[in-house]
Write a protein that binds this ligand. Structure first.
Ligand code: SF4
Ligand code: SF4
Length: 103
C-alpha cells in the first residue's frame, strides 16, 4: 500500500533514536517530529537529510489501518510491547490531544 497522505501517525507515535534535523537526539514515543508539517507531511520527503529509519519504514495495512487513529493505536501498542518502559501520552489516540497532535 501507499502511505496515506496527511496521516503522520508514525511520525508521532514511534520513538526514533537516530538524529533528525532539528531533533539531534531523535524523538520519544508520542512526540511530534519537528519535520512534520501542520497538515502531516514530511518536510524532508525525498531529501537526503531524511533519516534512514524513515526511508526504510514501509506502510502496511496492518500498521497503517484505515485511519490515522487506527495507525496511532497500533503503533503505540507496538511501542508498548517493544519498549515496556515507554509511556505513550494520555489520552488515547482516539482522543487526540492538541499538545502532541497539533493538526
Ligand atoms: S502510519 Fe502508515 S499511512 Fe500513516 S504516515 Fe505512517 S506509513 Fe503513512
Ligand atoms: S523526518 Fe519525516 S518521515 Fe521521519 S519522523 Fe519526521 S516527519 Fe516523519
Amino acid at each position: 500500500m501507499e502511505c496515506r497522505v496527511g496521516c503522520g501517525a508514525c511520525c508521532i507515535a514511534l520513538s526514533i533514536s537516530s538524529p533528525i534535523p532539528g531533533m539531534p537526539h531523535g524523538k520519544a514515543v508520542g512526540v511530534r517530529c519537528v519535520q512534520l508539517t501542520p497538515d502531516n507531511r514530511c518536510r524532508l520527503y525525498g531529501r537526503p537529510e531524511r533519516p534512514v529509519v524513515c526511508v526504510r519504514l514501509r506502510p502496511s495495512e496492518e500498521m497503517c489501518g484505515q485511519t490515522a487513529d487506527e495507525a496511532l493505536a497500533w503503533l503505540f501498542e507496538l511501542e508498548r510491547i517493544t519498549h515496556p518502559t515507554a509511556t505513550p501520552p494520555d489520552p488515547s489516540p482516539g482522543e487526540q490531544n492538541p499538545e502532541w497532535l497539533a493538526i
